[in-house]
Design a protein around this ligand. Structure first.
Ligand SMILES: [Zn+2]
Length: 130
């Protein structure tokens, strides 16, 4: 894992830890996420499947909504890790959630070959705006 800096490593460790809590009886596909607020607090999430698959939640969305429900206004960075070989980029719904609640965040996605960094503008150009 290439070293980027301390907070990225911290987020990676927290996301990996959160991934262990994933509830994935249907897909077996584990995802973990961790976000860092501008006040240096970390919130984590894992994917949570439901027998009614449309009700399943993505790890990054869980982490973001936990932070938002705790009153967080500024997210500095988000890390997403998964058990897959490649990179687990956020789904379209999560990109919109990131756009809405973590627009300025650095988005890190960890894979077996290292960590990629994105902005939400790169992942979701022409986002929906109300
Ligand atoms: Zn998603």
């Amino acid at each position: 894992m290439p070293k980027i800096n301390d907070y990225v490593e911290r987020l990676y460790r927290e996301a990996v830890k959160a991934m262990k809590n994933a509830i994935v009886p249907y897909s077996g596909f584990r995802v973990g996420a961790a976000l860092l607020t501008t006040e240096h607090k970390v919130y984590t999430g894992c994917n949570i499947e439901n027998p009614s698959l449309m009700l399943s939640e993505c790890a990054e969305r869980v982490a973001i909504l936990k932070a938002v429900s705790d009153g967080v206004k500024d997210v500095r960075a988000i890390m997403i890790v998964s058990g897959m070989e490649g990179y687990c980029h956020p789904c379209g719904s999560c990109r919109q959630i990131i756009y809405e609640f973590a627009r300025d965040a650095e988005i890190f996605i960890a894979g077996k070959k290292g960590i990629r960094k994105y902005s939400i503008e790169e992942l979701l150009p022409h986002a929906f705006k109300a």
